[in-house]
Design a protein. Structure first.
Length: 244
């Protein structure tokens, strides 16, 4: 049973607000855009239509609550993933220009649609809302260099849309390690050992928010720490999932 928020009402409010925010498309520069994307460009986004219920990995077939081989063999410490897009063109470029070049206008349409996607999913599943959104933390040195943590940006915007509190300080990254971008799954897991620290007691239901899930190593490490600290149900919310 949904608690704390009438998601159907919220979804209606989001649509009304969207209609009032027409402007220029960040992809093709059309003046017929809603939240930064026109209808044709929005239709080109690679929807993660068939995916693993648990980790969001894109799959070539559909089935209710289907799990990939990895999650069936070695279930992760989180219960499910909600990820609307595959990390492919044009989503990969939009996230890259936002994340590495600070061009926030490319993320705005994705985050706005992400809120609608989550509202739809939670209403259709009759799922309970998380008690808290926890952005994937960034080491302070890397955050200072980049100027922002994209996971915190996304969590704060989605939290406002859905009425869920955000705590960017509950988990912190205590070690700066090699960038995960060029590592495989085994290397990523080893690279993240003892990297995160939970500062306080999390509530029972938590959603970890990030921009992209690649191997799921970061999500696993964060979920393990949150559950060890007292969380009972952990979900992963992200904009995109790599195909494999």
């Amino acid at each position: 049973m949904i608690k704390g928020l009438n998601l159907l009402s919220t979804l209606k409010d989001i649509k009304v607000n969207s209609a009032a925010r027409a402007g220029r498309c960040v992809a093709c520069l059309s003046t017929n855009a809603i939240h930064g994307l026109c209808a044709p460009c929005r239709a080109d986004l690679p929807v993660n239509r068939w995916s693993c219920f648990t980790c969001g990995l894109p799959l070539p077939w559909a089935a209710d609550n289907l799990r990939c081989g990895e999650c069936s063999k070695e279930p992760p410490p989180f219960e499910r993933a909600r990820i609307p897009w595959r990390y492919q063109f044009p989503v990969d470029g939009m996230i890259g220009r936002y994340k590495y070049h600070g061009q926030r206008k490319f993320a705005r349409p994705l985050v706005a649609d992400f809120g609608q996607f989550l509202a739809h999913q939670l209403a259709e599943d009759a799922a309970s809302l998380p008690d808290l959104l926890v952005p994937a933390p960034m080491h302070p040195k890397r955050r200072r260099k980049r100027g922002f943590n994209q996971a915190t940006d996304i969590a704060e915007q989605v939290g406002r849309q859905l009425g869920i509190p955000v705590d960017a300080g509950l988990v912190r990254r205590v070690k700066q390690v090699q960038s995960q971008r060029e590592l495989n799954r085994t290397q990523r897991l080893a690279n993240l050992k003892n990297v995160f620290e939970v500062r306080g007691k999390p509530p029972g239901r938590v959603a970890i928010v990030d921009d992209v899930v690649t191997t799921g190593a970061t999500a696993r490490a964060l979920a393990l720490k949150l559950k060890a600290a007292g969380a009972q149900d952990v979900e992963i919310w992200a904009l995109a999932r790599t195909p494999g």
